[in-house]
Design a protein around this ligand. Structure first.
Ligand code: C2E
Ligand code: MG
Ligand code: MG
Ligand code: MG
Length: 283
């Protein structure tokens, strides 16, 4: 192989890296502008009671209405927002929106609903995160007990001591803590007992094949049994079919979330869905 070929290869590689880096920088700059220009939107997805199928909560899910490119998935832009630190003001904005929405619903038939907000490990690592949350609750007049923060298992495990301290302080505001995507990480029984966790959200990958896969059924059954003995609330994520819901209901899974019930949608659409559901169930 000639030296020259090696050099070309290097140039090719370095150009690809440059392109990726500049695309990332572009994305970051666009996000920063979009945040200021109000191009982000919060969608809400209902969580329903496992037996009555009454709506008990909504999860706030961030969307970016990127000019000319349609709604962007958080899976694409959240990682870049985390690397750049932009997730801090962005997460603050989501929290504020969600609390303002709760406040707006408080005089209506939806007054009893709670909201779950996803929190990045980068936000939890900010020394002033608890103050930020306290300020938002105060400014919007929302009671902490109406708010649940969703964090992933990997967040718990990244810096367990600091996270434990942060979660304790958040609990002091009355908010609840959920472990998101439960079952995909490495948190042990010991951690679940030690951290002030209220809810487990069973990852959708365990729900998907419930009908066909006996191992998944046993796994979910085991998670539910463990949650019962630790007195944890459980939400099954990604419930798409009646068959999955029936299996989960037979196992007495406390709550469901998924396309079978409702997709994430803007506040007005979700409010209409919640009202419609309350009316239907009342009949
Ligand atoms: P997540 O918190 O686990 O949210 C659940 C995801 O599953 C959402 O994807 C939701 O739209 C999707 N989903 C709901 N029901 C079903 C179903 O029946 N089937 C399938 N296949 N999917 C379903 P989404 O909205 O694209 O969000 C992806 C992830 O982005 C979230 O996963 C969360 O980790 C993150 N995320 C979203 N909003 C925020 C935010 O405001 N802050 C932070 N830090 N992360 C966020
Ligand atoms: Mg979540
Ligand atoms: Mg999840
Ligand atoms: Mg997820």
């Amino acid at each position: 192989r000639s030296k020259r070929e090696g050099r070309n290869r290097y140039h090719f590689f370095s150009k690809a890296v440059d392109d990726a880096a500049s695309a990332r920088l572009q994305l970051e700059a666009d996000m920063r502008r979009a945040l200021a220009a109000g191009q982000f939107i919060v969608h809400y997805q209902p969580v329903v009671h496992g037996r009555t199928r009454d709506a008990v909560a909504v999860e706030a899910l961030l969307r970016w209405d990127r000019a000319g490119q349609g709604l962007q998935s958080p899976a694409v832009f959240i990682p870049v927002a985390e690397e750049s630190g932009l997730i801090v003001p962005m997460g603050h904005w989501v929290l504020r929106q969600a609390c303002e929405q709760l406040r707006a619903w408080s005089g209506t038939a939806l007054g009893g609903i709670s909201v779950a907000v996803n929190v990045s490990p980068v936000q939890l690592a900010q020394a002033d995160f608890v103050d930020t949350v306290a300020d938002v609750l105060h400014a919007t007049g929302v009671d902490g007990s109406r708010l649940e923060f969703e964090i992933t298992e990997s967040t718990l495990m990244q810096d367990p001591e600091a996270t434990l301290e942060m979660l304790r302080r958040l609990k002091g505001l009355g908010v609840r803590i959920a472990i998101d995507d439960f079952g995909t990480g490495y948190s042990s029984l010991g951690h679940l007992k030690r951290f002030p966790v209220d809810t487990l959200k069973i990852d959708h990958t365990f729900v998907r094949d419930l009908e066909a896969d006996a191992d998944d059924r046993e796994l979910v059954r085991a998670i539910l049994a463990m949650a019962r003995s630790l007195r944890l609330h459980v939400v099954a994520e990604g419930v798409e079919t009646e068959a999955q819901a029936a299996i989960l209901a037979a196992m007495e899974c406390p709550a469901f979330q998924g396309y079978l019930f409702a997709r994430p949608a803007g506040a007005a659409v979700t409010a209409a869905w919640l009202q419609d559901r309350a009316a239907t169930l009342a009949r």
